[in-house]
Design a protein around this ligand. Structure first.
Ligand SMILES: *[C@@H]1O[C@H](CO)[C@@H](O)[C@H](O)[C@H]1NC(C)=O
Ligand SMILES: *[C@@H]1O[C@H](CO)[C@@H](O)[C@H](O)[C@H]1NC(C)=O
Ligand SMILES: *[C@@H]1O[C@H](CO)[C@@H](O)[C@H](O)[C@H]1NC(C)=O
Ligand SMILES: *[C@@H]1O[C@H](CO)[C@@H](O)[C@H](O)[C@H]1NC(C)=O
Ligand SMILES: *[C@@H]1O[C@H](CO)[C@@H](O)[C@H](O)[C@H]1NC(C)=O
Length: 946
């Protein structure tokens, strides 16, 4: 006790120190409340951030995103002054005279999210050389576009809509030998997933033009009018078009683009009603013909309330190819037409819109976007390897060309690394040579995350501390060179074992303080001997104790009277007439006898309520000890508790009725005047939640096998409530804090205060006053119907299972609030089970059992009640997971890689995570139509599709 209290101030100090250094930097490099990142590159002087005049968004300097790479400059004074206002973002630049590739890293993104990236460039003769560069931009490991600076005062903008698979994205500038790359401004904006369905894991969209047709003035529409900060440039042409507009709001919430009303409110029509409406566009030629084709998205709305005898209907043709269906826009609704599969690769587009024979009004169009489609099929390095190497880079402040992706492209692999490439999987880092690299400090624990590394050379550095035994877990590692450092301590038994069985060549010469045979440290052999003596000694003591105990019980049986005398002081406390021996309650199937305690007794048992074990809605839970020494937990109803007598009595009733090894058992209760309390069996390891979150005293990480056992056991407890009780019970508050663990880490469900009996034929389980349960765990169906069924418990249990798999809370802030279900779905949809698994158990699990558990969890949390399994199904399926996991323990290898077919082992349809719940049927219809090459756009207005 003493030690742990003394230690905590130190921990606190450490945390503060971390927060003061890395933490502060990190905080500035986070997206803002909108999820936006706005960077003014090269922002110099004391200012590190400012609010932009037009958007009122905060722009920050770029050092947190790139470090001290490259050099910062102001553009030359002559370009600062211009006839029109030059945004402050263009005043400074960062340029990259050194290195082929230099990258910004934008972090804290939502993996699987869709993002708009925008980079801007204005040369402004920042270097005084007057030489205009051409260079390439990459997003992640894929080509984005070539930046051709053709005028010193031209503001060049590159914008892309991309799918981001990881929590970060790199934006890289590549020197292609045609001048020094530089950048003025870099912006990232999250988009809704339904936006721009043409952008996905394998395809990105590069913006060519985004035009707001016939706006009232020449101002640009962007944030805050467009909450996603798309930049809509004004476009009018009095020689080609006339314009119409409305002051009414155009509803666009429901469609897949959500074009702002202000953009939709104005539109162009032909100069005279008999003419076609023409838009002509020539894409920028892309060098090396990198574009996969061009995408044209046209946005329509009817802005005039048409009399019943009028009709506006028109055909669209692109380069003389007529789209099959005519368009007739809905009044104040939005719709779009696009060539969804982007099959055009022409260098000039002539879009012509003409009225159908039945139409009385000319064509109309409000906005149009032109994109070039780029390939995003290059696969980035394994994300665990990337995180590990980025941690190494940061930890040792490695000064090398370590920028962007470590292995991709092959021509730009980071210095001192070797990667392996297979056609379908992510490249892996297989060798790291940081010999003579001036590394200082301890051997970072991040080295143990390179699961594919075969060769690790850290020789001839200034490394100190001991050799982490966890390096032995790197099963692929064959050579570990630590020679020529200042390491100390002994070599851990696990590493020794690896060297002895020949699987690892460990070089540790020239480390004067390492303990091995033949120097000043205890030779390991002697240690072993000592250890053996120790074991023998302990064994002898154990035997002696056992003999003593046996003797004790033997005597006690023979002469109970005399023994009772010897424990007289205990007997005085004993409440006559009640059984207090451990076998009088609890697991005994006949243990219906429930002891009633007085308040005075509780005071004594809990030593005046000295130690609080936990807090609940009901009140505090205290540690106690019965007369015979049995430890108990005493839950006292606090006077301020809003949980009433009813819940208390419910719990007493239920607990006297039910007995199961996976339900916490009651020893007794107290109803003494206004005092109410429950006395339970003591669960020394606390709640599951403490173990998962690492809070309290239970900071040790539970291995996956243990977690699975806990899952199976708690599922059995719930199954008993649902199936084994008559009438069946719904727990209604299943969550990680209501699953308790005993000293053997066996799981038991606790807290039945909200439990209800239910019958399939009546509605007694419809609660009329309030929704009960805990945010993040409550079944959405129960929230809407107020009807709690056993399937609500199944849902909450699914969440518990996700918490066990991921080690994350049920509601994540990443920084957007997102449910654990969505978070897991996003990753699993990409087949990325490793991205889901709690990082603390990485490597130490069978991937198939993990995958299967995640699928079970998602099945439990499906919206449709009928599709959720019963707890009986869940117990059976989890038991199979546990079997898989135990096979692994019984000598199987953990190299099994999930191959996508194993989920077939599960009988349920595996669409639990592939259907995107947010896509409702009309949105889907819109998408389908849209992929059919320009069919009639859906004109659903917002409310209709919700
Ligand atoms: C750029 O100009 C700002 C003031 O406008 C100044 O503080 C800063 O030092 C300048 N940076 C360079 C690199 O000259
Ligand atoms: C860059 O732009 C200039 C002017 O538009 C053009 O003449 C030149 O061919 C372009 N260079 C490349 C490599 O695209
Ligand atoms: C991405 O979209 C294209 C069509 O635009 C489609 O052919 C491709 O299969 C999609 N890729 C993925 C991973 O969904
Ligand atoms: C035009 O009207 C006629 C008769 O009302 C109808 O049969 C035809 O389908 C309409 N054409 C279009 C393109 O809607
Ligand atoms: C190791 O550290 C010492 C001082 O701490 C320094 O003098 C020496 O140059 C360092 N050696 C290497 C190889 O970095």
């Amino acid at each position: 006790m003493e030690q742990s209290t003394a230690a905590s101030p130190w921990l606190l100090l450490l945390c503060l120190a971390v927060a003061a250094t890395g933490g502060a930097l990190q905080a500035r490099a986070q997206p803002d409340v909108n999820g936006f990142i706005s960077i003014d590159c090269g922002l110099a002087g004391k200012t590190t951030s400012y609010v932009d005049d037009t958007t009122k968004l905060l722009y920050t300097s770029d050092t947190d995103f790139i470090g001290n790479v490259g050099s910062t400059h102001n553009i030359s004074a002559q370009y600062m002054v211009r006839p029109t206002h030059l945004s402050r973002r263009y005043h400074s630049v960062r340029s990259f005279p050194d290195g082929v590739r230099n990258c910004y890293t934008l972090r804290s993104l939502v993996p699987g999210g869709k993002y708009l990236l925008r980079a801007s460039f204005m040369y402004g003769d920042y270097d005084g050389l007057g030489s205009l560069p051409i260079f390439d931009l990459h997003v992640g490991v894929n080509y984005w576009q070539t930046v051709n600076i053709s005028e010193p005062d031209l503001e060049v903008t590159a914008e892309a809509v991309v799918f981001v698979p990881d929590e970060f994205v790199h934006v890289c500038l590549l020197n292609t030998g045609a001048g020094t790359p530089f950048i003025s401004d870099l912006e990232l904006r999250p988009l809704k997933k339904k936006f721009y369905p043409q952008a996905n894991l394998t395809k990105g969209l590069v913006l060519e033009h985004r035009l707001n047709l016939a706006p009232p003035d020449t101002s640009i529409v962007r944030y805050p009018v467009d909450p996603h900060d798309r930049v809509w440039l004004p476009k009018s042409d009095a020689k080609m078009w006339s314009s119409i507009s409305t002051t009414e709001t155009v509803q666009s919430d429901g469609d897949v683009f959500e074009v702002p009303s202000m953009v939709m409110q104005t539109a162009v029509t032909p100069l005279n009603a008999a003419m076609n409406l023409e838009i002509i566009w020539s894409p920028n030629p892309q060098p090396q013909n990198q574009s996969l084709g061009y995408l044209i998205i046209m946005h329509f709305s009817e802005l005039q309330l048409l009399p019943s005898n009028a009709e506006r209907q028109f055909y669209i043709s692109i380069n003389d190819m007529q789209l099959p269906e005519p368009v007739s826009p809905h009044y104040l609704g939005t719709g779009f037409v696009s060539n969804g599969n982007a099959r055009y690769r022409d260098n000039k587009y002539n879009i012509s819109m003409y009225a159908t024979a039945n139409s009385t009004l000319p064509p109309v169009i409000s906005a149009v976007e032109f994109f070039s489609v780029i390939s995003a099929t290059n696969i980035a390095t394994d994300s665990q390897d990337v995180s590990a190497i980025m941690a190494i880079k940061a930890n040792y402040e490695v000064q090398k060309n370590w920028m962007g992706d470590p292995c991709v492209p092959k021509t730009m692999v980071w210095e001192r690394l070797t990667c392996s490439y297979t056609s379908d999987n992510s490249p892996r880092i297989i060798s790291i040579n940081l010999s003579s690299s001036g590394l200082n400090g301890d051997i970072s624990s991040s080295f143990t995350n390179f699961k594919a590394v075969q060769y690790l050379d850290l020789s001839n550095n200034n490394l100190t501390g001991s050799i982490p035994g966890s390096l032995s877990q790197l099963t692929s590692l064959t050579i570990l060179d630590l020679s020529g450092n200042h390491l100390n301590g002994s070599i851990s038994p696990e590493l020794l074992k690896r060297t002895q069985d020949g699987s690892l060549n460990l070089r540790h010469g020239n480390n004067p303080d390492i303990c091995t045979d033949g120097n000043s440290c205890q030779p390991t052999k002697t240690k072993n001997k000592l250890a053996i003596y120790g074991v023998v000694l302990i064994a002898v003591i154990v035997v002696l104790v056992l003999v003593a105990v046996a003797l004790f019980f033997f005597l006690r049986q023979r002469n109970p009277e005399s023994m009772n005398n010897s424990v007289k002081s205990h007997k005085e406390m004993k409440n006559d007439g009640h059984r207090t021996e451990k076998d009088g309650y609890g697991n005994s199937p006949l243990g219906l006898e429930t002891r009633q305690f007085t308040y005075i007794e509780l005071e004594r048992i809990t030593n005046n309520f000295r130690r609080v074990l936990g807090k609940g809605g009901f009140g505090n839970v205290y540690e106690g000890s019965l007369e015979d020494g049995t430890q108990v937990a005493v839950k006292i109803r606090s006077k301020s508790s809003n949980q009433g007598d009813r819940e208390f009595l419910t719990e007493v009733q239920i607990l006297t009725l039910i007995h199961h090894k996976n339900l916490v058992s009651m020893i007794g209760y107290c109803k003494d005047g206004e005092h109410m309390a429950l006395v339970y069996e003591f669960m020394s390891e606390g709640t599951l939640e403490e173990h998962i979150s690492g809070k309290g005293n239970n900071a040790v990480c539970l291995p996956w096998r243990q977690r699975l056992r806990i899952a199976v056991e708690s599922a059995q407890g719930l199954e008993y409530l649902h199936k084994g009780c008559n009438p069946p019970l719904v727990h209604r508050d299943v969550k990680a804090t209501n699953i308790l663990l005993n000293a053997k880490l066996e799981a038991k469900i606790a807290d039945f205060g909200l439990s209800k009996a239910f019958h399939h034929n009546d509605d007694t389980h419809v609660s009329t006053n309030r929704i009960v349960g805990t945010p993040g765990y409550v079944d959405p169906d129960y929230q809407t119907t107020w009807r709690a069924t056993s399937k609500s418990d199944v849902y909450s249990f699914g969440i518990v299972l996700l918490v066990l798999v991921t080690g994350k809370p049920p509601i994540l802030r990443t920084p957007h609030t997102i449910s654990i279900i969505e978070w897991v779905q996003q990753r699993l949809a990409q087949g990325n089970i490793e991205g889901v698994v709690d990082v603390r158990i990485h490597g130490d699990h069978d991937i198939n059992s993990m995958w299967k558990a995640a699928v079970i969890a998602l099945k439990c949390t499906t919206e449709a009640l009928a599709e959720r399994p019963t707890m009986t199904d869940v117990v059976a399926q989890l038991q199979e997971c546990l079997n898989l996991e135990e096979e692994l323990a019984d000598g199987g290898s953990d190299s099994g890689i999930y191959n996508g077919t194993n989920s077939d082992d599960i009988n349920w349809t595996d669409d639990a995570y592939s259907t995107n719940k947010s896509t409702n049927s009309s949105q889907r219809a819109a998408l389908e139509k849209e992929h059919n090459f320009g069919r009639v756009p859906t004109m659903d207005t917002g409310p209709a599709v919700r």
